[in-house]
Design a protein around this ligand. Structure first.
Ligand SMILES: [Mg+2]
Length: 306
């Protein structure tokens, strides 16, 4: 029997060749090496000790992810502007990300951030680090937030009414349900606890080496590809993109189409959310019904690397 090359088949055992691709990437610890929330909590909120205690309480099951997160965000006392200044001096982007993102733009591969964080922060960080034009090409699927002008009250607006606050698996399933025509091959990139539920939804899964998502994949025999930087992911993505008629290289500027307000249809090749908060909400507000199958039923296929 001939050994199959990695990425010849997706995680469900279906051939990958020639299929349109959509990428969903975690933000904290994935695109950036640090966690936006942790930086803010440590400098302007509950402090590192309490933050570590609350993080631990999620691991032990004492608190839900949403409950502990709500305490951490609620501890903040900083204006958005001051918070951004702190983030700017502490956040480091994955050194391969910009080149990787340019590659997805050249090949018209939709790229979406999918995060357990807060949209106003994520958008601002992307605007600052990528420039607003590049940032606007990145969809954001995440929680939202209400922040008072004086920074004294931070209230997360959870995307889902669940213990996670944002169930990434549900968001990906919603995206699939919203697609017109062929459902793209879902490439998911992540690193940690907030990515575990989505791992079973991915057709191709990248997990940062040595962290919780990778450990979860090994434990649950979920096929994944380890990475240390987005340069590694780009090298692997070539296998899916080279010769793929959906993603021929083009120097034309990419046009991001967004589902109009009140529509649940995502045109092929489009990002899930646009650069504008209102458009993102018009998409996210459509999804409320749990439709995904149990995680257990999706755990199949042969591990690429374990
Ligand atoms: Mg993360």
């Amino acid at each position: 029997m001939t050994a199959l090359s990695p990425l010849t088949l997706d995680n469900k055992g279906k051939p990958t060749a020639g299929r349109p691709i959509a990428i969903f990437s975690d933000f904290d610890g994935t695109i950036f090496m640090q966690d936006t929330g942790h930086i803010l909590f440590d400098h302007h909120g509950c402090g590192p000790e309490k933050r570590e205690y609350l993080d631990e309480s999620i691991s032990t099951g004492e608190k839900t992810f949403r409950g502990a997160s709500e305490e951490m965000w609620g501890s903040l006392h900083v204006t958005l502007d001051e918070g951004f200044k702190t983030l700017k001096s502490h956040l480091v982007m994955d050194d391969g990300f910009k080149d990787f993102f340019n590659y997805t733009t050249q090949h018209k591969i939709p790229f979406n951030v999918i995060s357990a964080g807060l949209k106003p922060l994520l958008r601002h960080v992307l605007d600052e680090t990528m420039g607003e034009e590049q940032s606007a090409r990145i969809g954001i699927v995440s929680n939202d937030a209400k922040i008072t002008e004086d920074g004294s009250v931070w209230t997360p607006i959870w995307r889902h009414d669940s213990e996670l606050g944002h169930d990434k698996a549900q968001s990906i399933q919603d995206y699939k349900d919203s697609c017109v025509g062929e459902i793209p091959l879902i490439v998911f990139i992540g690193d940690g606890v907030s990515d575990l539920a989505a791992a079973g939804q991915a057709d191709v899964l990248f997990a940062r080496q040595g962290l919780k998502l990778e450990q979860y994949c090994i434990k649950n025999k979920i096929p994944y590809i380890p990475y240390n930087s987005f340069s590694d992911i780009k090298r692997n993505l070539h296998v899916l993109v080279d010769g793929n008629e959906n993603h021929l290289k083009s120097d034309d500027s990419i046009t991001v189409s967004v589902a109009p307000s009140g529509s649940s249809s995502i045109p092929p090749g489009s990002n899930y959310g646009s650069g504008s908060s209102s458009d993102e909400e018009s998409v996210s507000s459509l999804h409320s019904i749990e439709k995904r199958p149990p995680l257990r039923s999706m755990l199949s296929g042969v591990a690429y690397a374990v």
